[in-house]
Write a protein that binds this ligand. Structure first.
Ligand code: TYM
Length: 328
């Protein structure tokens, strides 16, 4: 069967970029795939996290997955740190990954740039990510654009392992990149990804922002002087980004949006963009508040970890056997 594994790090509050690139895709894909959605909390600590903050954000993301429509009856939902096989396979794969290829990872370069102390786990981050997906013999991984390079490494490591140890154990998973929403840029600067770590709060719309705040942020969003709602990343990146956000939240195609605003200026476009975003986020926020206070959330995560661990165990055992570890 076609199987999906993907996750969203609890390293900051979730913004509409992660919604467009990941969460909204997860909801659609769970109809057709056997899905494992997890929270890569081990990845979050590659940069320092205060323990209480990590704990709160981890639970937050879990509640947001459920609020957005992940169905725990259909998909397995769990925390990475609760399935030790991830860390164990991550270590085993580190012996196959080489320094040069990890040093070429753009996310590592961006995150370490100018920092005087960088954890060694930030460097090996993509190897743990490879373990996350290979452990389940995943066929497809839905991600935003920025994770493609990491996924390519996972594919390389899968082939390298199989070849070196003469097995057909790991599959090289295919990325699933949404036609729309895989690369949402900052509202203040369409050349920089909308990111949890951007200090400019007007750049970034959070899933938990109030309707007033959302309206204010979009009002400040940069456009251009042409006054025409047209999707063209080359010459109109700021407007194209807004059209893309509109498409993610309305379900309309880019062409439909262009047609709808033909002959109208940016102000009605922006104001209705805010409406479609709020229309999705307000009910999502209400469901979030129900989940976050519910002990059911913990039960779902616990059961999810058990189901994930049961899937991962035979694959890890086979990898260790192939490498020559004792298997009694
Ligand atoms: P993370 O937590 O940075 O982001 C989660 C997902 O959201 C996507 N994303 C975006 N998509 C569009 N526009 C944006 N501005 C935007 N910002 C984030 C990301 O591409 C990602 O799909 N390394 C991963 C987490 C991870 C993972 C995995 C993912 C760990 N193990 C295994 C898939 C499979 C990360 O840092 O994503």
């Amino acid at each position: 069967a076609n199987r999906i594994v993907s996750g969203i790090k609890p390293s900051g509050d979730l913004n509409i970029g992660g919604y467009g690139g990941a969460l909204s895709q997860f909801i659609q894909l769970q109809q057709d795939y056997d899905c494992f959605f997890f929270i890569p909390d081990l990845h979050a600590i590659t940069v320092p996290q205060p323990p209480d903050v990590l704990q709160r954000r981890t639970r937050d993301i879990a509640a947001l997955y459920l609020a957005a429509g992940i169905d725990p009856g259909k998909s397995v939902l769990f925390l990475q740190s609760q399935v030790p096989a991830h860390a164990e396979l991550g270590y085993l794969l580190q012996t196959l990954a080489v320094m040069g290829e990890l040093g070429r990872m753009t996310q590592y370069k961006d995150k370490s740039d100018g920092k005087s102390s960088v954890s060694s786990a930030l460097f090996t981050y993509p190897v743990l990510m490879a373990a996350d997906v290979l452990l389940y013999r995943t066929t497809h991984v839905p991600v935003g654009d920025d994770q493609l390079q990491h996924l390519e490494l996972a594919r390389d490591l899968a082939r390298r392992f199989n070849q070196r140890f003469g097995v057909e154990l790991f599959l090289a998973p295919e990325p699933i990149i949404g036609m729309i929403g895989s690369r949402i840029m900052g509202l203040d600067d369409p050349s920089a990804k909308m990111s949890k770590s951007n200090p400019n709060t007007n750049s970034c719309v959070m899933l938990m922002d109030s309707p007033e705040l959302i309206r204010r942020k979009f009002a400040k969003a940069v456009t251009d002087s042409e006054g025409i709602v047209r999707y063209d990343w080359e010459s109109k990146p700021a407007v194209s980004n807004l059209v893309e956000i509109y498409a993610v939240f309305s379900g309309l195609s880019v062409e439909e949006i262009e047609r709808r605003y033909d002959g109208k200026g940016y102000s009605s476009f922006k104001s209705e963009l805010v409406d479609v975003v709020i229309e999705k986020l307000v009910p999502l926020q209400a469901r979030y508040h129900e989940w976050i206070g519910s002990p059911e959330l913990d039960r779902i995560l616990k059961e999810g970890a058990q189901r994930a661990a049961a899937e991962a165990a035979p694959v890890l055992a086979e990898a260790k056997r192939a490498m020559g570890f004792a298997s009694f």
